[in-house]
Write a protein that binds this ligand. Sequence first.
Ligand SMILES: NC(=O)c1ccc[n+]([C@@H]2O[C@H](COP(=O)([O-])OP(=O)(O)OC[C@H]3O[C@@H](n4cnc5c(N)ncnc54)[C@H](OP(=O)(O)O)[C@@H]3O)[C@@H](O)[C@H]2O)c1
Ligand SMILES: *[C@@H]1O[C@H](CO)[C@@H](O)[C@H](O)[C@H]1NC(C)=O
Ligand SMILES: CC(=O)N[C@H]1CO[C@H](CO)[C@@H](O)[C@@H]1O
Length: 358
Amino acid sequence: MSTVQKIQVAIVGVGLVGSELISQLLAVTKPSPFQIVAVTSSKKTLFGASLGSDWKSSLDGSQTKADIPALTTHLEGLLPNGKVVVVDNTSSDDIAAFYPRWLAAGINVVTPNKKAFSGELSLYEKIVESSKASGARFLNESTVGAGLPIISTLKELVITGDEITKIEGVFSGTMSYIFNQYSNGSPEGPAFSSVVSEAREKGYTEPHPADDLNGFDVARKLTILSRTISPSSSITSFASVQTASLIPAALEGIPTGDEFIRRLPEFDAQFDATRKEAAAAKEVLRFVGVVEPSTGTVKAGLERYPTSHPFATSLGGSDNIIMFHTKRYGARPLIVQGAGAGAAVTAMGVLGDLFKLV
Ligand SMILES: NC(=O)c1ccc[n+]([C@@H]2O[C@H](COP(=O)([O-])OP(=O)(O)OC[C@H]3O[C@@H](n4cnc5c(N)ncnc54)[C@H](OP(=O)(O)O)[C@@H]3O)[C@@H](O)[C@H]2O)c1
Ligand SMILES: *[C@@H]1O[C@H](CO)[C@@H](O)[C@H](O)[C@H]1NC(C)=O
Ligand SMILES: CC(=O)N[C@H]1CO[C@H](CO)[C@@H](O)[C@@H]1O
């Protein structure tokens, strides 16, 4: 390996997953094909060709301010030494806006950040063009289902010539948790507001639960799947996905999560009626995303499934489950299921993408 050039990895955003990724990178069986050359938080940057397990205190002590253009110049300077890849572990639109520049320069991009791939079509088109022009790659496995093999499974179905009839799934870990608790086929159960409030206390929701209940996270994931099936998909941005928000109209725009939680009980009766209706038909409620290429349907919302359906029987915790209905898989769809969030599995999805560059 010593004669083989290492892949030079720069990590932007060092929270839970970023930190976990660094641990996993440092634990890769020796000789590792990777070398961490830079780590950046929103405040500071640390450069170094041999960052080790003490990276956190070194970053804290660094005198170098975070500066993405300066990082970019530094990385361009490393290109003669071999491949360079930026791991974007932020949820920042500002960082996403740099992908075209990085890709055009020949720097690969690996990320769990959905922003660039699910936002404005013009940014996405620039990303695709810059990558084509330079040959640098962008990899996105962990944007959908964290570490679960969703994108890679879909890509393989598509490139081998299978025809996707429909993809349907529970794509949000938060929504999964909420409805696994709320609706199990019984007409009775805990109040919707109490399930949401408990999920929030456990840290399973965003600080403002409306940021989960609006369905945008699912709409972003569906946009990524649609564009992966067909880069010329007509989705102009995730905002154009037909999304049935669960936020009661009267609570739209409430500024704080605390006030939202205080008011949510006013709408328990409404959710309860929906649960009773489903139970009477021996069905459960699940918040799902659907992509149906033949009709151009891309939608997110609450749907009902029979109590015998895998979406009712096989989900626990905040699992994701994704069903691929295709021509070859016929009446028995291909199903991928498992934990769809968490630092360890998300970092694994990112590291798996890094290995694709080796
Ligand atoms: N956690 C999961 O299970 C999971 C699963 C799949 C995908 N993801 C995706 O992973 C990404 C991160 O997740 P998150 O929700 O935990 O994000 P987050 O809380 O917003 O964390 C982002 C991190 O990036 C850093 N950051 C933000 N802007 C930056 C900038 N301009 N330059 C450098 N660093 C910057 C922040 O640094 P400071 O701490 O220095 O402020 C922070 O540590 C998101 O895109 C998310 O959608 C997460
Ligand atoms: C995700 O990455 C794959 C490459 O692995 C690519 O084929 C696909 O088009 C990408 N999708 C999006 C929406 O970026
Ligand atoms: C995917 C990933 O690494 N996400 C992490 C990025 O960093 C933030 C910390 O600020 C974590 O919270 C994320 O989980």
